[in-house]
Ligand binder design. Structure first.
Ligand code: AGP
Length: 364
């Protein structure tokens, strides 16, 4: 992959389409079928440390933070280690308790984000073990961390992150699988996740085939003053990232909430002029999510569902191929990148260089 536009009108579009190959690249040479695990050459974490760590704390900013939220859930689910993500920008301004048996992970596309780098440096000063999940090889965060996983998304030029976000989520799936197999994830579950990972590039290609449908929907959303994005558990970081992406390039105001929180306040915003995008995977929360769609419909709210099958209560559904539930966040975010892109296009925005934003924020 190069800096050439390759026939696309924007880098964002090129980078969305490139995800089929980018995901293939993050997997390449890493799957170990014999032991139903993955090999992560630069991780620098031995099996004893992996077994004895008691907590994982993930730090990043913006889209990297959202990818870290997905990663934290994957690590909890597959490796059963308590894990959470926090904006690096916040972490460094409080006086965090740095525990010796916590593994810290810094996430960054550029590897140069000042807030994330400063958090890493503060952690290192306090003797913490810090790994990186980074795209740019040899960047400051890659150099300052003790080891980690390269994301291998290739160069990302558009200010907003697309392929790097997706590849970061996949890199976390690899890390979670690796940690899980050292701890208590069974061979059968390891194999199940590996099969799911191998399906991803083909399934991303299937999502790309829906671009015309998504572009038609986006033209309708271009008139919205405000939009709501909701999801439960695995769907919530997907909703947050989709909301950020829409804001960044279309300048339409958007909120992201856990679907379970709607009734605790934001339901007051729902009316015909505020459409909702709902993440509705066919998992053990499907019925809860369907109840949320009913609540929104009862307030005459327009609904776009991103789901594994058409949703009766939604006005439209973008159907995403099924994979293993743990990998749902990887696929469900991709059509929403296209939705943000086509909404911004319909509004005539400068998609690759949105106002007020820089690709990486290297100052305080
Ligand atoms: C571009 O505006 C991104 N959406 C932004 O949030 C970015 O993810 C954030 O600034 C962190 O950048 P990094 O991944 O290079 O550290």
């Amino acid at each position: 992959e190069s800096y050439d536009m390759g026939g696309h009108d924007t880098y964002m579009h090129k980078e969305i389409v490139e995800q089929v190959d980018a995901v293939d690249r993050v997997l390449r040479g890493r799957i170990d079928d014999r032991f139903a695990t993955v090999r992560l050459g630069g991780l620098n974490l031995d099996a004893r440390e992996a077994r004895t760590m008691r907590r994982v704390k993930i730090l990043g900013c913006g889209s990297a933070y959202h990818a870290g939220q997905i990663g934290a859930q994957m690590i909890e689910e597959l490796a059963r280690i308590p894990a959470d993500a926090e904006p690096a920008s916040e972490f460094r301004y409080r006086n965090p308790v740095v525990e010796p048996d916590t593994l810290y992970i810094a996430v960054s596309q550029s590897g140069e984000t000042y807030d994330t780098l400063a958090a890493v440096q503060e952690l290192k000063r306090k003797g913490a073990r810090v790994l990186g999940v980074v795209n740019v090889v040899g960047s400051a965060i890659a150099r300052e961390t003790d080891g980690g996983v390269y994301v291998h998304a290739g160069p990302e030029v558009c200010v907003v992150s697309t392929k790097c976000f997706t590849n970061t989520a996949v890199a976390f799936a690899l890390l979670a699988l690796h940690l899980g197999r050292i701890r208590d994830l069974s061979v059968a579950d390891g194999k199940r996740i590996i099969e799911g990972l191998r399906k991803l590039p083909g399934q991303i290609a299937e999502i790309m085939e829906q671009e015309d449908h998504i572009a038609t929907l986006a033209k309708e959303f271009a008139d919205a003053k405000s939009m709501m994005f909701v999801g439960r558990v695995r769907g919530y970081p997907v909703a947050r990232e989709a909301s950020l992406k829409l804001k960044e390039i279309s300048y339409i105001h958007a909120e992201a909430y856990p679907a379970s929180e709607l009734k605790h306040g934001p339901l007051a915003l729902i009316e015909p002029a505020t459409p909702t995008v709902a993440i509705v995977p066919r998992d053990d929360l499907l019925e809860k999510n369907r109840a949320t769609l009913e609540e929104i419909k009862a307030r005459s709210g327009r609904i776009l569902a991103v789901a594994h099958e058409p949703q009766e209560k939604a006005d439209d559904t973008i159907v995403v191929p099924r994979n293993e539930p743990e990998l749902d966040p990887v696929l469900m975010g991709i059509p929403l990148q296209l939705l943000a892109y086509h909404t911004a296009l319909a509004l005539g925005r400068d998609i690759d260089k949105p106002r007020n934003l820089a690709k990486s924020v290297t100052v305080e």
